[in-house]
Write a protein that binds this ligand. Structure first.
Ligand code: EPU
Length: 416
């Protein structure tokens, strides 16, 4: 199995281009299920999760045609409205086919995702919302069997803020009869990007980006061309890496307005940040100052940036409190960072991170995608060699990671 070998201790310097957002690409690919016409996507990241989603849609009978940096999807007919356990267990975002399948075919069979390394992650809000729209959903043998003759618009107040839950219901509502209002909706930029794509396909959606989204159902949707937004988490990851190593980098093709909370925290840590349209430059000329973060739904500080900021805190001047409020088990990286010499104490959902002057390379294990990113940053900072095992997690969500870090001067290689 592949591992990543990093020889740390060198500041990141140079320029790289940000890729399209994984968490926007995945729901947008599912939107192709809503029409028999082609959906042409550009700026799609080259990632394992994107291939997995292509495979899942292909199994249903969707035509999948890859082009350089893009993909055209065409669901002329849907033969098999099913997402199997084998695929859903490798990628939870597979559950995003539920809403569109139900809207388009009146039926869907989607595996329950089960547990996951970062928490329980149930899908009760997806189910509750679809039921409010008139669907019947029975759980049998680990699968959700959903049926509906035609979904009806409804007012749905979600019990908690869920990103894929909001996306699933929005995709179901665009073809429902009448108006749907989603309250306590997720405000993440990826929800807005999906709404933009659906609107280009002919949907009527108001309020995406706020906590109240109003969708007027239409009879059918057409094809569209859509450019996937830049990945704000990839952007934040490289910025945090540059800040932790005392580097100076430029990221092009980014969407600075989508990562205000991250940029603010990096400034608080002492980084100089300049923004020029879609380019972000960061320079860190001293050891970072400790900054505490508390994860929250957008526009709060993203849980997907928590591990990277923990890595930053391990070498900061002072003590940082890192509180995780979205997922109950998203501190696995803390124990691995301790192996690199970090001083971290876990107290419930808060990590107390006392910055040390230096980390030392060691063998560590990746447990999920963003934990892996945190370990990469810690490895880039640590003196000597760090070997990260189970990097298949990274391939799910970071396009050409070694190449991009290599271009920034990091000594990093993939070893078998
Ligand atoms: N939740 C429920 N019931 C539901 C849905 C969610 O209790 O029906 C809970 C979850 O267990 C969690 C919280 O609500 O505690 C928020 O979960 P959410 O549904 O927002 O997460 P998600 O939609 O499954 C997306 C991203 C994650 C990101 C979270 C939070 C995609 C494909 N995934 O997941 O990204 O961490 O939102 O922002 O959009 C990643 O990219 O590494 C990743 C995990």
């Amino acid at each position: 199995m592949d591992k990543l070998r990093i020889t740390g201790g060198r500041p990141l310097e140079g320029e790289v281009r940000v890729s399209g957002a994984k968490n926007a690409a995945l729901p947008i690919m599912c939107a192709a299920l809503l029409t028999e016409r082609p959906l042409a996507l550009a700026n799609l990241p080259q990632l394992r999760d994107v291939s997995t989603m292509g495979k899942l849609l292909g199994q249903m009978g969707v035509g999948v045609e890859r082009r350089d940096g893009g993909m055209t999807l065409q669901a002329s007919e849907i033969r098999e409205p099913t997402a199997t356990y084998e695929l859903v267990k490798t990628m939870r975002a597979s559950v995003l086919v539920l809403g569109p399948l139900l809207a388009r075919c009146g039926q869907a069979k989607v595996s329950l995702p089960g547990g996951c390394a970062i928490g329980a992650r149930p899908v009760d809000q997806h189910v509750k919302g679809l039921e409010a729209m008139g669907a019947t959903i029975a759980i049998e043998h680990g699968y959700m069997h959903a049926t509906a003759s035609r979904l009806r618009g409804a007012r749905i107040v979600m019990d908690l803020v869920t990103v894929t839950g909001t996306e699933n219901l929005m995709m179901a509502a665009v073809l429902a009869e009448g108006e749907t209002v989603l309250e306590n909706a997720a405000r993440e930029p990826e929800v807005v990007d999906l709404a933009r794509c659906l609107t280009a396909m002919g949907a009527s959606i108001e309020g995406a980006g706020s906590d109240k989204i109003r969708i007027r159902g239409v009879r059918s949707l057409g094809g569209a061309e859509h450019r996937v937004m830049p990945d704000r988490i990839e952007t934040g990851t490289y910025l945090a890496a540059a800040a932790a190593t005392g580097g100076s980098i430029r990221l092009t093709g980014a969407a600075p307005e989508s990562l205000e909370a991250t940029l603010e925290k990096l400034r608080e840590a002492g980084a100089r940040i300049e923004i020029n349209q879609s380019t972000i430059s960061l320079e860190m000329s001293h050891r970072p100052d400790a900054v505490g973060v508390r994860t929250a739904p957008y526009p709060g500080f993203a849980t997907d940036m928590q591990a990277q900021f923990m890595a930053l805190a391990t070498v900061a001047r002072g003590t940082a409190l890192i509180t995780e409020t979205i997922f109950e088990n998203r501190f696995m990286h803390a124990l691995e960072m301790q192996r690199l010499g970090a001083d971290i104490k876990l107290e419930g959902n808060t990590a107390v991170v006392k910055g040390v002057e230096r980390l030392q390379g060691a063998k560590v294990m990746a447990t999920d995608l963003r934990a892996s990113a945190g370990l990469v940053i810690a490895g880039l900072v640590a003196e000597g060699e760090t070997v990260i095992d189970r990097i298949y997690h990274l391939d799910r969500g970071y396009e050409a990671l070694e190449k991009k870090l290599g271009a920034l001067g990091a000594r990093i290689e993939r070893v078998s």
